[in-house]
Design a protein around this ligand. Structure first.
Ligand code: CO
Length: 293
């Protein structure tokens, strides 16, 4: 009896040992497969998608040897798209699929503007996927558009480089950022301080944080502005740009400014449509790719 259980135990040990060795061999034999996952907040506006398509084209040019996939971090956007038959993966689903498709190393790039809630959630997801058994060996994350103080300086240069050509010196350019309850909202007033040095009539406001539209309006009145260009400071010219910024409702930015006798010219182009901004993101993706073998 004792003898039998000893033999059984021994056989079990050998069996498990073989299993472990083959699992290990499986991992070691796995060919290196590197990929990129681009993560945007997402958009429900079909025309706004051009900004993301442009970004993908530029990423393919820069990293021609790597597979590029997409995920949207907004569950609300994904739900609306799914109802229209346009399902998009979440970052978790996209990374799980890449894991099953044999990717060993993945660089994830955030197309968010600031390191706020969406970015920090993505960071947690990325950390959770790094080094899972039989999963990816390494998953790295590229910073959003604004990260370091140098990024703010570069962003100001990008903003100056895409000003409407017909804009006159006494006309304002108002960038509409998203804004957030997250501490990273500080990037918007920070950017405003940098912009002020370059051109006091280039202003940043936000939909949900500071500076608010009221702050922007006060500055415009104070500086006796009679015409302003409105431009989204978001990767895509989506719902916020089309409705909150350029919409005809009386509480849109355009209507609120026009009520103060300021002529408005909305520009419906997301920052990811301009090479000057895409280059900033691309530097961050390059840094994430450079961490891979
Ligand atoms: Co929003």
């Amino acid at each position: 009896m004792l003898r039998t259980s000893f033999v059984c135990g021994l056989l079990l040990t050998i069996f498990l040992g073989t299993l472990c060795t083959s699992a290990l061999a499986e991992d070691q034999d796995r060919p290196l497969k590197k990929g990129i996952l681009l993560v945007a907040f997402g958009t429900t506006v079909p025309e706004a998608r051009v900004a993301l398509d442009n970004f993908e084209t530029r990423a393919k040019e820069r990293f021609p040897e790597m597979d590029i996939r997409w995920a949207y971090s907004s569950s609300i956007v994904r739900k609306i798209l799914a109802d229209d038959g346009l399902a998009m993966d979440s970052p978790v689903t996209a990374l799980a699929k890449m894991m099953d498709d044999g990717f060993t190393h993945v660089a994830v790039q955030s197309l968010h503007t600031i390191p706020g809630q969406e970015f920090h959630d993505l960071q947690k997801t990325v950390q959770a996927f790094s080094g899972l058994p039989k999963g990816m060996e390494q998953v790295t994350l590229g910073q959003p558009l604004l990260d370091t103080p140098e990024d703010l300086g570069r962003c100001v240069q990008a903003m100056l480089s895409v000003l409407p050509q017909e804009r006159k010196k006494d006309e304002a350019v108002v960038w509409m950022g998203h804004g957030t309850h997250h501490a990273a909202n500080i990037y918007y007033p920070g950017l405003q301080a940098y912009l002020h040095q370059a051109d006091p009539l280039i202003l940043v406001g936000t939909v949900e944080g500071d500076p608010s539209l009221e702050d922007v309006l006060a500055l415009l009145k104070n500086r006796k502005v009679s015409k302003a260009y409105l431009q989204p400071f978001m990767a895509v010219a989506g719902d916020h740009a089309q409705n909150d910024m350029a919409g005809d409702d009386e509480d849109s930015w355009k209507s609120m400014l026009e009520a103060q006798k300021i002529t408005c010219v909305p520009i419906l182009r997301g920052t990811a449509e301009f090479p000057a901004f895409v280059d900033l993101w691309m530097n961050h993706l390059q840094a994430a790719v450079d961490l891979l073998p």
